[in-house]
Ligand binder design. Structure first.
Ligand code: GTP
Ligand code: MG
Length: 153
């Protein structure tokens, strides 16, 4: 099974986007296997965005994620091709490039307030799920109707 880490950032929470984000993943056929509200400690946000450490916007990015003015809604979603499909549902990093119909395309105008995060590869999904969740916070469960959603034949 494939899993990805999806997080609604504090701006997305402030703007009332929690139900919208969950709706878009759920209606597509993906399965929610972990969820929590969390104000990430600085060390967690820094590690999560560690590959961007050298970028000028990095300090602002970390303080935006950790401010506590709203929590982050951290989630793990599971399903066929969920990593790449999740990125499509979210849309391009810069809202100017995000297609209408994607979350960022429909709701955001600033790259620094783009509302949502999604893992960009299998490797980062594995690392990010491990950073944000303990193993016992992630649930293994099956759709009763799995064959109608996930079967390839
Ligand atoms: P995430 O799903 O959040 O990881 O976004 P992404 O994978 O589409 O983009 P990337 O990992 O390159 O950047 C991570 C986050 O840093 C983005 O989602 C933005 O919030 C922020 N970011 C990226 N580029 C810029 C920028 O040029 N300016 C500002 N202010 N923020 C940026
Ligand atoms: Mg990224």
């Amino acid at each position: 099974v494939e899993r990805t880490f999806i997080a609604i950032k504090p701006d997305g929470v402030q703007r009332g986007m929690i139900s919208e984000v969950i709706h878009r993943f759920e209606r597509k056929g993906y399965k929610l296997v972990a969820i929590k509200a969390i104000v990430p400690p600085k060390a967690l946000a820094e590690e999560h965005y560690g590959d961007l450490k050298a970028r000028p916007f990095y300090p602002g990015l970390v303080s935006y994620m950790t401010s506590g003015k709203a929590p982050v809604i951290a989630m793990v979603w599971e399903g066929v091709d969920v990593i790449r499909q999740g990125r499509r549902i979210i849309g391009a990093t810069n809202p100017l490039d995000a297609e209408p119909g994607s979350i960022r395309g429909d709701y955001t105008i600033s790259v620094g307030r783009n509302a949502i995060h999604g893992s960009d590869s299998f490797e980062s999904a594995t690392i990010e799920i491990g950073l944000w969740f303990k193993p016992e916070e992630v649930y293994n469960w099956q759709f009763a109707h799995a064959e109608w959603i996930e079967s390839k034949n």
